[in-house]
Design a protein around this ligand. Structure first.
Ligand SMILES: [Zn+2]
Length: 277
C-alpha cells in the first residue's frame, strides 16, 4: 500500500510536470512561431491599392505639395451625452470637407454605455463604426498578454454587438483600435486577420510623429515588415497580407524638456486629451 502511494505520488508529479511543460510551451509559442515572418517591402511587387510599403509616401520634392490626410476619430462609448453636447453641433453641416460635403467621423466603440440607436442613426449619416473591444479593461498588462482567442472575443465580439444591436452590416465594420493603444503583437494582428478586419489604427509613432512630423507615415499594409518605430510594445513581426495600418502619429504637448531623451520637445500624446500641458 505504501509503495502504491509513493508510486501514485510519482505519477502525479510526472503528470504535473507534463502539464507544466505544456503550459510553458503554450505561453512561449505565440502565433509568431506559426505565422510567416514579414520581410522588407519590395515596391515592385507591393503595389497600391492592394498593398502598400511603409514609408513609401508620395514624392516629396516639394513638401508643401505633399498630400495630407486628416481623420476625425472618437473612442469608447457612443452616448446620448456625447451626442447632445458635441456630435450634434459638429456634424450638423456647419463644418465641411473641401468637396463641400459635411464632415464625418470614425467611432471606435466599446460595449458599456453605448447607445445603439444613436450608432444606427450616425452610421446612416455616413459615419464609420469600428471596434475598440468589448470590455476595454483598464489593465494594459491584460491586453499585452492576451492570446489570439482572447483578442478575437474582444474585437469580433464588439463587431457582432454593433451589427446586431445597431443593425449595421458586419462587413461595414472593418477597423479596430486597441484600448489605450496597447498593441498585442502577433496575437492581436492574427486575430484581426482571422476575422477579416481591413485595418488597425492603434500603432503609435514618435519617430514619424512629433519628432519629424513632416515625414508622417501614410497608411501601409502589413504584407511586409514595417519601418515604423515601436514605442508601445509588442509590435507584430509576421506578414498579414491585405491588413492595413493607419499609424497614430504622436503629437507633443508644451511641457518642453519633461522628456529627458528629447529635451527640446514636449511630452508625447497620441490623442489630444492626453496632451497634458
Ligand atoms: Zn478607449
Amino acid at each position: 500500500m505504501k509503495q502504491f502511494l509513493v508510486h501514485s505520488m510519482w505519477v502525479r508529479l510526472v503528470a504535473l510536470g507534463a502539464l507544466l511543460a505544456l503550459a510553458l510551451a503554450a505561453t512561449t509559442q505565440g502565433p509568431e512561431s506559426n505565422c510567416p515572418t514579414a520581410n522588407a517591402c519590395n515596391p515592385n511587387t507591393c503595389k497600391l491599392p492592394e498593398c502598400g510599403c511603409s514609408g513609401a509616401e508620395p514624392p516629396t520634392a516639394d513638401w508643401s505639395q505633399r498630400p495630407q490626410i486628416l481623420y476625425l476619430t472618437y473612442d469608447d462609448a457612443f452616448t446620448e451625452f456625447g451626442e447632445t453636447n458635441f456630435y450634434s453641433s459638429l456634424f450638423n453641416g456647419t463644418f465641411k470637407n473641401p468637396d463641400d460635403c459635411p464632415i464625418r467621423a470614425t467611432h471606435f466603440l466599446t460595449a458599456q454605455y453605448t447607445d445603439y440607436t444613436l450608432v444606427n442613426k450616425y452610421w446612416k449619416m455616413g459615419h464609420e463604426m469600428a471596434s475598440h473591444s468589448i470590455t476595454h479593461r483598464s489593465s494594459t498588462d491584460y491586453w499585452k498578454a492576451l492570446n489570439v482567442t482572447g483578442w478575437r472575443n474582444e474585437i469580433e465580439g464588439l463587431r457582432k454587438m454593433i451589427s446586431q444591436f445597431a443593425a449595421v452590416p458586419k462587413e461595414e465594420i472593418s477597423g479596430f483600435r486597441a484600448p489605450f493603444l496597447q498593441l498585442g503583437g502577433d496575437e492581436m494582428y492574427t486575430a484581426l486577420k482571422e476575422d477579416g478586419f481591413k485595418y488597425d489604427c492603434s500603432w503609435a509613432s514618435r519617430d514619424y510623429g512629433y519628432l519629424k512630423l513632416d515625414f508622417g507615415l501614410f497608411p501601409y499594409s502589413l504584407d511586409s515588415a514595417s519601418v515604423q518605430d515601436c514605442p508601445v510594445e509588442p509590435c507584430p513581426t509576421c506578414s498579414y497580407p491585405g491588413l492595413w495600418v493607419q499609424p497614430m502619429l504622436d503629437l507633443e504637448d508644451r511641457w518642453i524638456g519633461a522628456d529627458p531623451t528629447h529635451p527640446n520637445n514636449g511630452m508625447p500624446c497620441s490623442m489630444l486629451d492626453a496632451c497634458i500641458m
